[in-house]
Design a protein. Structure first.
Length: 378
């Protein structure tokens, strides 16, 4: 007796997939009752995807580049649509608003229901003088109503993002909160903590607040000279941040971009994770913060600013501390308190792990996603 094939869901993202988008791949690969098919304009140097389940418009030759440009300008991609149509998929799930905008015409041509997850900057950026959107984002911002009125179901990664979407005119009945979740079997406690380390993981951009962390770390280091600040990530502010660190810190490291495995190892080495996100001049705010959840999953306390949706990821006084936004002195005080008290770190770490397993476990969250899929599938 042969078993029935799983219904297919097309996971759409323009570029497949950047190293920072592990959450998209993890969510797709975590599906158990649906089979994910990855589709987009082209592959990029980044995450490995299964070749037999990955479809692109641009396959790397001159014709492919022309076809990609045509699709991005006009939505015209007959060959790509024909290949996707043969799969017999039951729905399409796009990530980020600009990709959702592009996916509207694809879903219509394939006669598929559409889900769009909005992850953060696509719902919070408001001042384009300080935010340089790419071509797809500019087209989305100029034609936002097309996506809002498309009939798609919108998944907000936090209650904070849902409120932002409703303020922008997205239909209330179509906007659901869905926390993505982390794989708690991969992210689990394996502490190798020795020296006091404050760990930062994130892009070196204004909204991640690394400049406030350097100020706070300098204050902590005056009291705990052995403390080291380790920053993982790349971004346009790296040179300026390195200059600030050189002027005020004795022990620090900028490690640049690291693999997910190396990030996880550093989380286990660290005493505290601190990513003090702030509202940037562009309006961009932290939507939720998967890095906070990952750190708590490995049993580490988190210190951050109470900004955007961070309070949904970190429970103040239970799994970590949240300082008022941009108050680096209070941030420093919280970090010092945790570094000085191993028992408190252990207690917060255990509470964080328990909370993540209960509320943000990838397997549990993906089952909820599949219930959403089942409710709207073709």
């Amino acid at each position: 007796m042969t078993s029935h094939a799983k219904p297919k869901v097309i996971v759409f993202s323009d570029h497949l997939l950047y190293p920072s988008e592990t959450f998209i791949r993890a969510q797709a690969n975590g599906l158990s009752t649906f089979e994910p098919i990855f589709a987009g304009s082209r592959r990029v140097a980044g995450l490995e995807l299964p070749e037999e389940r990955t479809y692109t418009i641009n396959r790397g030759n001159a014709l492919g580049k022309l076809q990609e440009v045509a699709f991005k300008i006009t939505g015209f991609a007959p060959g790509f649509i024909k290949r996707l149509d043969t799969l017999g998929a039951v729905l399409m799930h796009a990530h980020y608003a600009s990709n959702g905008f592009r996916a509207v015409s694809l879903a219509e041509k394939l006669n598929l229901p559409l889900i769009v997850t909005l992850h953060g900057s696509d719902a919070t950026a408001t001042d384009l003088r300080y935010h340089k959107p790419h071509f797809g984002q500019r087209r989305y911002l100029a034609n936002k109503e097309k996506l809002q009125n498309s009939g798609a179901v919108f998944l907000a990664v936090s209650e904070f993002i849902r409120r932002k979407l409703l303020q922008q005119g997205f239909p209330e009945g179509k906007v659901l909160v869905h926390y993505t979740g982390v794989n708690t079997r991969i992210f689990q406690p394996a502490s190798t903590e020795c020296d006091p380390i404050i760990l930062f993981v994130g892009r070196l951009v204004e909204s991640k607040g690394a400049e406030f962390l350097i100020r706070a770390a300098a204050e902590v280091q005056r009291q705990l000279p052995a403390m080291e600040l380790v920053l993982i990530g790349e971004g346009p502010l790296r040179a300026d941040l390195e200059k600030r660190a050189k002027e005020s810190l004795r022990r620090y490291r900028f490690l640049g971009a690291q693999s997910p495995e190396e990030v996880r190892q550093w989380m286990n080495r660290a005493s505290v994770l601190c990513v003090p996100s702030v509202k940037a001049r562009s309006g961009i705010e932290e939507a939720f913060g998967m890095v906070y959840v990952e750190a708590q999953a490995v049993g580490k306390p988190v210190v951050a600013f109470d900004s955007g949706g961070v309070c949904e990821a970190v429970s103040h006084g239970y799994t970590g501390y949240l300082a008022p936004e941009r108050d680096w002195q209070t941030l420093a005080g919280y970090i010092f308190t945790l570094l000085e008290n191993a028992e408190l770190r252990k207690r917060f770490g255990a509470a964080g792990r328990e909370r993540v397993v209960r509320q943000f476990d990838l397997e549990k969250r993906t089952k909820v996603l599949e219930e959403i899929y089942t409710g709207i599938r073709k």
